[in-house]
Design a binder for this molecule. Structure first.
Ligand code: DAT
Ligand code: MG
Length: 141
């Protein structure tokens, strides 16, 4: 089967704007299931692991700063091909061009200079998902 798990984050902008329920609603409406859920403010160590692939890039520091600026909701989500499917629900990284009907396309604000404030994160591969789930939910699996 192609049942997968992915790591979803509602980023600090989403929590601040009271969009947690809306994001989880879209996930559940698609038919995906929640396996684990937590509200937490990430420290730099966790974020350094989470965004290791981006270390050294010009947007890395502002990204970590933003991601540690307040609580995030972390979720392990399960479903048929959910890794690709959740990224389709989320829309493209830059909310400016994210399609209508997607989380970022419908709901993201302050885009332009603030690509990082794009409301959600979703793992981009089975490898990333396993690694990220291990970081955020060490007790799982
Ligand atoms: P995604 O979150 O769509 O997987 P990514 O992994 O390439 O995108 O980047 C991680 C986050 O970093 C992204 O959600 C927002 C921020 N980011 C990416 N590219 C950026 C850029 N060119 N300028 C500013 N922030 C960027
Ligand atoms: Mg990514």
């Amino acid at each position: 089967t192609a049942v997968q798990r992915t790591l979803v984050l509602v980023k600090p902008d989403g929590v601040r704007r009271n969009l947690v329920g809306e994001v989880l609603r879209r996930i559940e409406a698609k038919g995906y299931s929640l396996v684990a859920l937590q509200l937490r403010t990430a420290d730099r160590e966790l974020l350094a692991g989470h965004y290791a692939e981006h270390e050294g890039k010009p947007f890395y520091e502002p990204l970590v700063e933003f991601m540690s600026s307040g609580p995030v909701v972390a979720a392990v989500v399960e479903g048929q091909r959910v890794i690709e499917g959740f990224r389709a629900l989320a829309g493209t990284t830059d909310p400016t061009t994210a399609a209508p009907g997607t989380i970022r396309g419908d709901l993201a604000r302050d885009w332009g200079l603030r690509v990082q404030q794009n409301l959600v994160h979703g793992s981009d591969s089975e490898e990333s998902a396993a690694r990220e789930i291990g970081l955020w939910f060490p007790g799982l699996g």
